[in-house]
Write a protein that binds this ligand. Structure first.
Ligand code: COA
Length: 380
């Protein structure tokens, strides 16, 4: 008879290296994040979302011609099958945009000529297509649920500008376009975060890109992952509505042992480098749009949580106030995360399928000793 003597596995796979990858480098102690070795601070300052996509999918920065070509391919893919638009119209107007996105991305496979093709080039084509389509779905569903007409894409615009155009019906200002562009760069990839891991696990069964991205969207939705940005804004909104003192509000949450969304990270033990940029964007956009209160509240909360819990703000904390000031509804914050992260998910699916092996880890068994005899019903 064997007895259970094993040590439990680290909960939540903490610290476990689960794959080899050449896409994203993180040093959690030094607060370093780099895509293909290029520091996120350099990308946020100098790059744009399309160039970052190229970097993630092809492994290097593009030259001028390559970037132009990718921009054109992304623009050409700004098209949704009429059946998908009808699907969005049929969704309940009360449905969560994140749920609509998850289910619609799954449905996109019905109309994708490459659905069953898992070779490298087909996966790159699907990466490009899904990147354009996800942005369009998020914008179109928001218009439909508000009873507004779906806005035609403008193929001459950048990905960020076209998304804002299709969402709001108006061409964005250069400041708004650049702010969203930087946010998209910052959210594009983050190594084996929960949703990317989910995507890789699904892809590794030799399923397909659409299934992998659908899995990823389901994982991103949760408040411990991408759902945190919406949860942050719900707190800011409650403080504003109730005219509460942000310090007292959050102190009371801490006293009730509640987690404060937008703080803490499994990997970073110092400032999340993405938060550095989002903090500055939240401050600058808040001031220039005449809505400084969201940043001011956030800053107070950040100081308190840092002092009381020694926790740093993560990517989701200042993205909440940034997106709000950009005029994006709070239940679209997590879908907007997906508008960016599709680039990283796709890069990981491509990498996984280029050198695939089924992902099938083991569990440390801690249950009753084996053999545990089956007891007949009448003897229980
Ligand atoms: C991101 C997160 C899931 C990482 O979790 P993790 O590595 O599993 O860490 P744990 O949840 O085990 O937290 C470790 C300790 O810090 C505390 N802690 C972590 N994040 C906290 C937060 N945001 N607010 C308050 N306390 C927090 C936990 O309560 C726990 O305390 P304990 O040891 O006294 O029980 C976690 O920090 C969190 O839930 N943050 C809020 C949600 C969020 O912003 N998610 C987006 C991440 S980018």
């Amino acid at each position: 008879m064997s007895s259970v003597t094993s040590t439990p596995a680290p909960k939540g796979l903490e610290g476990i290296v689960a794959t080899n990858s050449s896409i994203c480098y993180i040093d959690g102690d030094l607060g370093v994040l780099a895509y293909r070795g290029i520091d996120i601070h350099e990308l946020a300052r100098h790059s744009n979302f399309e160039e970052t996509c190229y970097l993630l999918w092809f492994g290097r920065l593009p030259n001028q011609g390559q970037l132009k070509d990718l921009r054109e391919r992304l623009a050409q893919e700004r098209h949704l099958d009429p059946a998908i638009i009808q699907f969005l119209r049929n969704a309940p107007k009360t449905a969560l945009p994140m749920d609509v996105l998850r289910t619609t991305v799954s449905a996109l496979a019905f109309y994708d000529a490459d659905e069953k093709n898992n070779d490298h080039d087909a996966n790159v084509r699907k990466a490009i297509r899904l990147t354009s389509q996800i942005a369009m779905i998020v914008a179109a569903y928001d218009r439909i649920r508000k009873g507004k007409p779906v806005v035609d894409p403008d193929r001459s615009l950048s990905h960020a500008a076209n998304f804002l155009l299709q969402l709001t019906g108006a061409k964005p200002s250069p400041t708004a376009e650049r702010a969203l562009d930087i946010a998209l760069i910052l959210h594009a990839d983050h190594e084996l975060n929960a949703s990317t891991f989910a995507a890789r696990v699904t892809a590794a069964t030799l399923s397909d890109m659409h299934s992998a991205v659908t899995s990823a969207i389901g994982a991103l939705k949760g408040p411990l992952h991408g759902g945190a940005n919406e949860a942050v804004f719900r707190i800011l909104e409650a403080i504003d509505r109730q005219k509460s003192d942000p310090i007292e509000y959050v102190r009371s949450m801490l006293a009730q042992k509640k987690k404060i969304p937008g703080f803490g990270h499994r990997v970073y033990h110092t400032e999340d480098p993405r938060a550095t940029h989002l903090r500055a964007m939240s401050r600058d956009l808040g001031r220039s749009s005449g809505q400084p209160q969201w940043y001011e509240m956030s800053e107070k909360i950040e100081k308190l949580v840092k002092a009381e819990k020694k926790l740093n703000a993560n990517v989701d904390f200042y993205s909440a106030s940034t997106y709000h000031v950009l005029g994006i509804d709070e239940d679209l914050f997590t879908p907007v995360f997906a508008v960016s992260r599709i680039s990283g998910w796709a890069a990981h699916v491509i990498e996984q399928l280029d050198d695939n092996r089924l992902i099938r880890p083991r569990a440390e068994y801690l249950g009753p000793d084996y053999p545990n005899p089956y007891v007949a019903m009448e003897k229980r």
